[in-house]
Design a protein around this ligand. Sequence first.
Ligand code: DX5
Ligand code: ZN
Length: 224
Amino acid sequence: MTQRIQIIPSLLAADITRLSDQIAILEGQGAQMLHIDVMDGRFVPNITMGPFIVSAVRRITRLRLDVHLMIVEPERYVQAFADAGADVLSVHYEASPHLHRTLQLIYQAGVKVGVAINPHTPAESLRDVMPMLDVVNVMTVNPGFGGQSFIPTMLPKIARLLAMANDVKRTVNIEVDGGITGETARAAVEAGANWLVAGTAIFSHPRGIAGGFQAIRDGIENDL
Ligand code: DX5
Ligand code: ZN
């Protein structure tokens, strides 16, 4: 089952002092979702945003908010992020010893259900929860920082996950996150990804944010 391709700007690379202007530009480019990276300084070394920021972003845009929890014990914060206005919540497989229960919690909170997997985690780890998922986030860098290089050996994993979703006759969005540019976006889409998260490539593009968004669209043009 083919899903719609979405280019999803990651606010980790945004200028936080000009957030509403930058989001307005992305709305003008046709973005439909924003990606928000939540880091706790424990699961990953960096510390970023929490529910307070998600609720602030919720007040300045109607775009859907795709919230990526890079935190230990994510189950403790599911309700807080749902209340803050998340539309999609992804927890890390590696941070979730009771993943099935956590995914049930996300579903019960009325939010789309996602799991993110680190580069070392095989696709097969998600086989038994695939019927519960709306999104799989295939980390194409090691989580924690923006501006890293795409790991090309993740491409076959994308294809395996898509095949696993089709096996259970479920429409699951396959998201790629980290090092996405026009070129890597194209490779990811060819492998079967349809949600493309991009931070640096959009917010630090020499032609500005609109230029960065367009450059990724150009990269996948033939696949749209
Ligand atoms: C990394 C984050 C990504 C990050 C991607 O841990 O999950 O969402 O913002 O940034 P770029 O696109 O710069 O690699
Ligand atoms: Zn992310």
